[in-house]
Design a binder for this molecule. Structure first.
Ligand SMILES: [Zn+2]
Length: 276
């Protein structure tokens, strides 16, 4: 499932390639014919992301809402457009770019009120300039659920998925099973700051890289795939060499280091990454 950085990158690319242009919209597959007809011939005013949700405003009074889900893809295609391949739910064509959306969980037009109702259910999105971390802090402090589970909860922080939650907890030195109520203000600040920092890196580069270039010995753009993460899908801790553990938390497996992420809280200086 794409994490928040992917959707923000997608929104930025849509703005860059279609922003302000008159867009021809169609539904080659036929399942979004009415919606595409409503968009067709209008200009893209803005595309924006909130967590894993994408909203595109074409100035029609309704907003296009796309949720990619597990297998959805929204990508650029040849221009001028060629015959669509596969089941394309929505095709957008500007003056120089073709975009095809296929396999989304949601592709629909919403009224502004309906959009508000979706956003109201979401926690602050660390990649948005209007994000208010205090809302996430307050929600976290009210739940005994493990921090590994609450980081996946989009109503607490919007945009973190399975890869980032494992990496964030490692970078912050926090055991994923700790009840969220035990997370201190200092630890929460570290989680939030690292989320903003790592998702921004992901948004810019289009891939999830959480490791420190100094630690790896090469810049992020030249890191090998296996050097980009600390714990996710790994067997041994990159930092201390300990055998990693995998537990099911929040309904999904999370890998963590028993040494670097002790079950009992340690002083901040030892629990945090040495370089920031
Ligand atoms: Zn370790």
């Amino acid at each position: 499932m794409p994490e928040g950085h992917t959707i923000h990158r997608l929104a930025r690319r849509l703005n860059e390639t279609l922003g302000g242009e008159t867009v021809r919209a169609s539904s080659p597959q036929g399942r979004f014919e009415g919606g595409a007809a409503a968009i067709d011939g209008n200009g893209l005013i803005s595309a924006e992301a909130w967590g894993k949700y994408l909203f595109c405003d074409f100035g029609t009074g309704e907003v296009l809402h796309v949720h990619l889900g597990l297998i959805g893809k929204f990508r650029t295609r040849a221009f001028p457009p060629e015959e669509p391949t596969g089941a394309v739910r929505l095709r957008l064509v500007g003056s120089e770019h073709t975009w095809d959306l296929s396999g989304p969980t949601r592709c629909e037009l919403l009224t502004p009120d309906e959009q508000d109702r979706i956003v109201e259910r979401l926690g602050p999105d660390p990649l948005r300039r209007d994000a208010d971390p205090s809302a996430a802090r307050a929600r976290l402090a009210r739940t005994e659920r493990p921090i590994g589970a609450t980081l996946l909860d989009q109503s607490i922080i919007a945009g973190i998925g399975n890869v980032y939650r494992a990496e964030l907890l490692f970078v912050c030195g926090i055991h994923p099973a700790r009840p969220s109520t035990t997370i201190t203000d200092t630890e929460f600040e570290a989680i939030w700051d690292e989320t903003v920092r790592l998702l921004r890196i992901g948004e810019r580069s289009g891939r999830i890289v959480t490791t420190d270039p100094e630690e790896i010995g090469r810049p992020r753009s030249r890191m090998r795939r296996e050097d980009r993460l600390y714990v996710y899908h790994r067997e041994h801790c990159r930092r201390c060499g300990a055998a990693l553990r995998t537990d099911r938390i929040g309904g999904r497996p999370i890998t963590h280091c028993p040494t670097c992420q002790p079950a009992k809280r340690r002083p901040r200086a030892r629990a945090r990454s040495p370089r920031r």
